[in-house]
Design a protein around this ligand. Structure first.
Ligand code: MN
Length: 291
């Protein structure tokens, strides 16, 4: 449970109420415009302009509104270059590693990037990823982290998936900073957790990159994030290829029914212990397969 306070204009305060028209309206406390309750959060808007968010969803609402209210002078535009962006892949796949990439894109790069049809890696088929990946890796300064399954399973005992992602993204930016000497002012992270939670996960890290812009669906809005998502996907595919070769076994992607069947087949062939070297064991698939 957390509490966040932000300041909004009267218009914004009214707009917020309208936006949350499904929420329950509570008794108005003194000096307040209103108090409303959503399933995740109690929101109190005071006449002073202060808006207090209390509950599990506090960060979610406050972060979203804070991004919207960034003053126009400091507001970053989609086309601001140079920019760095980061993204991860493999977190929804039972088999294979988690890969995080961060890359650096300048205004000049747009000229050759645009005709390539760069977009979110989820919207590009594997064949195209295999064509684009090497080009981007050759031409763009980037950093890359591959968390293999054995290490992943070990770390997951004490870190949840978002904590793991936060640490990997931070590492990716630290490596990229080393390569570039200094990071550009505009670095975008494809948001998987609210900004405040992200930095909470990094509390014990000795070095933390802080000048980050958080945005959901960033891979479809920012060139640098799209490039990173393609690089990460490409490297994920290469790891997958290597894994299939090593075991001479066909691993399905994703985490569906097909995966459950493959788990059984894999364990029959290679034993239960070997599974920790190819899979993310905490996924429900492990249980479903009865392993
Ligand atoms: Mn993403």
């Amino acid at each position: 449970m957390s509490t966040r306070t932000i300041t909004l204009s009267t218009t914004q305060i009214q707009a917020l109420k309208q936006q949350l028209h499904d929420a329950t309206i509570c008794k108005t406390p003194p000096y307040a415009h209103y108090q409303i309750k959503t399933s995740e959060c109690v929101i109190t808007a005071y006449q002073s302009g202060k808006v207090v968010f209390q509950g599990n969803g506090a960060d979610y609402y406050a972060d979203a509104l804070e991004t919207k209210t960034t003053s126009p002078t400091t507001k970053k535009t989609l086309s601001q270059y140079p920019q760095c962006g980061s993204d991860e892949v493999g977190t929804g796949d039972y088999f294979g590693p988690v890969v995080v990439a961060a890359s650096y894109v300048t205004q000049e790069d747009i000229e050759w990037l645009s005709p390539l049809g760069i977009q979110d890696s989820k919207a590009i088929d594997d064949e195209k990823i295999r064509q684009l990946g090497p080009i981007l890796m050759e031409k763009l300064p980037h950093s890359l982290l591959i968390l293999n399954n054995q290490k992943y399973n070990q770390i997951h005992k004490t870190n949840n998936m978002n904590a793991i992602k936060a640490k990997l993204h931070n590492q990716a930016y630290l490596h990229l900073e080393k390569k570039l000497t200094t990071l550009p002012e505009f670095c975008i992270i494809d948001q998987f957790t609210p900004k405040t939670s992200y930095f909470k996960y990094l509390q014990k890290e000795p070095n933390v990159i802080r000048q980050l812009h958080f945005e959901t669906k960033a891979e479809s809005k920012y060139m640098s994030v799209a490039c990173s998502s393609i690089i990460a996907r490409y490297v994920f595919l290469l790891s997958f290829d290597a894994m299939q070769q090593r075991y001479d076994f066909s691993f399905p992607k994703g985490a569906g029914k097909q995966v459950d069947n493959s788990i059984i087949k894999f364990v029959q062939q290679f034993g239960k212990k070997e599974l920790e070297n190819v899979a993310k064991l905490h996924f429900a698939n492990t249980q479903k397969a009865g392993i």
